[in-house]
Design a protein around this ligand. Sequence first.
Ligand code: NAG
Ligand code: NAG
Ligand code: NAG
Length: 748
Amino acid sequence: MLLYSFVFTILIYGCTALSVLKTGITASKEGKLWFLTTTHTSYVVGVVPDTLELLNLYWGPRLTSMADITLPVKLPVERGSQEPAITAAHEEFPVFGGLRYGPDVLRTRFENGTRELDLIYTDAHLKKNALTIVLTDKAHKGFQVSLSYTIDVENDIILRSAVIKATTKESYHISKALTAAWHILPPAGNANRELVTLAGAWAAETQVQRHTLHPGTSHVLESTRGIPSARAYPYFAVKDTSSDGEHSDNDVYFGSVAWSGNWKIQVHTDTEGKVTIIGGMHDRDFGYDLKKGEKLELPTFVAGYTPAGLSGARKLLTNHIRDNKDTDLVSDPDALSPVLYNGWEAYEMSVNITNQMEMAKKSADMGADLFVLDDGWFQGRHADNAGLGDWFVDTTKFPNGLKPLADYVHGLGMKFGLWFEPEMVNPDSDLYRKHPDWVYHYDERTRHLERNQLVLDITRTDVRKYVADLVLSTIREVGVDFIKWDMNRPLSDTGSALGQEVWVGHVNAFYELVEMVKKEGVRFETCSSGGGRADMSILKKVDSSWPSDNTRPDARLMIQYGSSLVIPPDMMSCWVTDSPGNDNRTVYPISYRFHVSFMGALGIGSNLNKLSDAELKEYKGWIKIYKSFQHVVQKGNLNWLVVPPHANKMTSATETYTAVTQSTTKNMEESVVLAFRQYSPFWFPLPPIKLRDLISDAEYSVNIWSSDPTKTVFEGKMTGGALMNIGLNLPYLTIQAYSSAVVHLKQI
Ligand SMILES: *[C@@H]1O[C@H](CO)[C@@H](O)[C@H](O)[C@H]1NC(C)=O
Ligand SMILES: *[C@@H]1O[C@H](CO)[C@@H](O)[C@H](O)[C@H]1NC(C)=O
Ligand SMILES: *[C@@H]1O[C@H](CO)[C@@H](O)[C@H](O)[C@H]1NC(C)=O
């Protein structure tokens, strides 16, 4: 039978033009089998004919034809009675139940006390590039899980989500509900694997970490703080590493959980070297009750495969976000991020109409497009221990409200932005004095403060309405064009009418608020003490993100290296702030600070009153240069030609603390290279930097600036071939600490 179907398949698919798999999702007529085909990859799922389990059959480089998969779909052969076939199988949605001992995604308790699930395939629907596969519990037929698959063909991304439904009168208690499992076969040849993660902390976000994947181990990446958090970004990349020098070590499987709350990704490597990755909402204190007609929607877990290393993974994931913005909320995803000025570091909470108008005038003269008033503008807000919740303008600082400032800013040709932290309240506020029951709390427990604040229970309709009314009316009355939405503490003491469902409820309430604000037509920056809430879900709904409160340029290079794996450059807000800062022994040249910030969406956070005329002129000069290639660095593909040294550790005496990026437009006609040399302890000259992604036989004009925006240090012409093969000499990166250069290439 097996032989027969094999021969039959060859005849059908081997001899007709139809055999070639086209991009899109294709269902096989041979069995319950679906091929998800993107430009360069294939992902295949199928149903075991008799027992109806849903298995992954392939994920990797694009297959040619359906005949590449041998049918029928089967469970693996058991090695022994202690190694059940179902545990070894690549189940798409491995639940808790039966002979399953690997990572599981779903746990449920039924009314009659049964705690195990037994899901089988019952149905499938395929509409264009969207596939839904329905699994139903064998005995409790009202318990249904609809797995959803969509694909981003161009960016080689598979998107998975799921909906759990109760369709009969039986109710269910769900205690764990992750979104998906992904399976990767052992690497070929002698390759090993490593896991690349983005761990961090406040002011030290998205640090690239590498972990060897030893057989028989599990790595758990997570946040339990109610937000994705600065401690870890919900991202994984599993990368081949080969030491035999024979083949490339660039195969990368990567993915991210798109959820702005508690999340978990577990990377499990079994003894045979197969890797299973499960991820979704965290199961810590998770609980969800479903009654007839109710459903629980699970967040999207996206993943992709590329043979082009981390640079390939970076390009695919960031382009996926850019190409798939929620266009109901982001009406013009192609718009450039404006050059902003924000006076937070200059005045902190001592803002007033006089100093803000003064800053506005100076920032307009400098070339800023957007002026942002940060914390401190509202009633009672003189320090971080009071005022949050009372979103009424402080008339001692702004006697006639904020409108005169907004009008003045608009008159200068800039947009006006405003800071909010709407989910929060200080106990010292009129709001809390009036409604102490509006925060998450347990009556008999301490209400734990962080930064002197408590978290509002925005899952309550009345609380959400209060917050929304104030934010929306301020936007309308003042004429606000941009909102910076902050969130400065984790959730705790989460007593709420929702019970354990609060962890999901808070995130959905936050999304509802974000959507209301976005529908006002404002730009929106997500911030949570820096990069604590910049997961893919919020990135698709908003315009920009604040990657870190740390604006030290040497720290920023490393933070931006990590965040560039997930955050599109136009959404990565990069400020130039004053130097020296807290560390007054290190002085970073203005040029170095600007060049680091050129990598994404440029912002200025300096106290402009403290700058000399010459310094103001230099700021203005760099802003002008930035604007000449803003579209390249924001919308082009960001590539790291030399990664910051800490990310790889110093390996030899010839290493210098150097980092080089190249951003190139899709058509390869324009490119910007940013090169940094933090210091060079051994005075070795920098070897030529070989560029990438240019047109070999095209000629490019080359303009280079180093420490002075008013004059180029080099102007000339070079072919793409020479730039890529011989490389670009950058003698401007001298032995002097913090030397840097900016190169603008344009096809002639
Ligand atoms: C639990 O529910 C299932 C499905 O309704 C039923 O078949 C089974 O007998 C029940 N078990 C007990 C102990 O009631
Ligand atoms: C505004 O702040 C400045 C300091 O930045 C201060 O000199 C000035 O007196 C303040 N103006 C008012 C009206 O408070
Ligand atoms: C540098 O900072 C230290 C510690 O805060 C302080 O004592 C010192 O005066 C500062 N030096 C300068 C030049 O500002």
